[in-house]
Design a protein around this ligand. Structure first.
Ligand code: COA
Ligand code: AMP
Length: 274
């Protein structure tokens, strides 16, 4: 894959004005047709049929690609939503988020973080110390885009996640998004759980902790969810952060460790040994 020959393909599907699904890839010219067909098939795979599907195919002109190694992955064993959220708060604090900001983020995501009460269209940007919200539009948030795996890394991560029964494309895509976000300037950590009522898992991700999957972060059928990107205000340039997240192309060309499920105390012991 040469950098001059790369295209970003983005798909989004909506029905009745509501976002249904979205996904994106970075591919070379000769693979555009096949990948675009796959994304189109994906747009129809949800229960409610879209009334609008948009596919953007865009050459990554003159933009240098940043190559990254994926964050290490592990799953923390939790018994219910409460122990899941408690684990999320403790891992965020290990990554450098204050207790105040972690609590504020968990409260916002569980209550619905947009002023209208609908799911935000992107992530909250939050001061990791004070918990202040910094994203310019609280209804929209900020969306990470222009990231993917190289072909070889894709095959490796797919088979290693599948071996741990994490074959769903959601995990692979969330890991690539979290890897791009964790390497952004001024980012301390990220917290996410989906607004999909059927999907109750989520994660905390950061450079020091890796991608920590938490199998239960909400009750089944709860439509609330979202993402919070915690930043260090001492080194933050908000415009450059948003520019990096939205437009700088990132390809993940190496896979980190992918570990089995473990208890929270055992995970903290492992971190202490590093
Ligand atoms: N939720 C709600 N609305 C969304 C949305 C989302 N996640 N993504 C896009 N939209 C709608 C919004 O109305 C948006 O307008 P806005 O910018 O005012 O919010 C409009 O579509 C156009 O969005 P845009 O991002 O410009 O579209 P795009 O076609 O360039 O890219 C995506 C769309 C969905 C591919 C891209 O935004 C994205 O999220 N990429 C990452 C996908 C991914 O891998 N996610 C992993 C999740 S685990
Ligand atoms: P999902 O994991 O797709 O269910 O998304 C969970 C939440 O993350 C959504 O409710 C949005 O608030 C936010 N979000 C969706 N797409 C993005 C993105 N590309 N970048 C950052 N945040 C996003």
């Amino acid at each position: 894959m040469t950098d001059e020959n790369l295209y970003n393909i983005r798909m989004r599907a909506s029905a009745g004005g509501n976002h249904l699904s979205g996904a994106e890839r970075i591919v070379c010219a000769e693979n555009i047709d096949e990948i675009a067909r796959g994304l189109l098939a994906r747009s129809r795979s949800k229960e409610s049929f879209p009334d609008q599907v948009t596919i953007h195919i865009e050459r990554l002109q003159d933009q240098p690609i940043r190559y990254l190694t994926a964050l290490n992955v592990l799953t923390i064993r939790v018994s219910d939503m409460h122990s899941g959220r408690d684990a999320a708060a403790r891992i965020l604090e290990y990554a450098g988020v204050s207790g105040l900001a972690a609590t504020k983020a968990l409260t916002l995501l569980s209550a619905g973080a947009s002023p209208s009460g609908k799911a935000m269209r992107g992530a909250i940007i939050m001061d990791a110390g004070s918990g202040e919200r910094l994203e310019p539009d609280q209804e929209r948030g900020v969306r990470a885009s222009r990231f993917d795996w190289t072909g070889e890394a894709f095959a490796t991560v797919d088979s290693r996640l599948t071996a741990l029964s994490l074959a769903h494309h959601r995990t692979r895509e969330a890991l690539s998004l979290a890897t791009k976000v964790a390497h952004a300037p001024a980012v301390v950590a990220e917290l996410c759980w989906s607004d999909d009522p059927d999907y109750i898992a989520g994660y905390v991700a950061s450079l020091p902790t890796g991608y920590v999957r938490i199998p239960v972060l909400k009750q089944s059928q709860d439509p609330k969810g979202g993402r919070v990107i915690f930043v260090d205000p001492a080194v933050l340039n908000l415009a450059s952060l948003i520019n990096y997240l939205e437009t700088d192309p990132v390809l993940i060309n190496a896979v980190g460790e992918i570990n089995k499920e473990m208890s929270l105390p055992f995970y903290f012991e492992l971190l202490a040994q590093r």
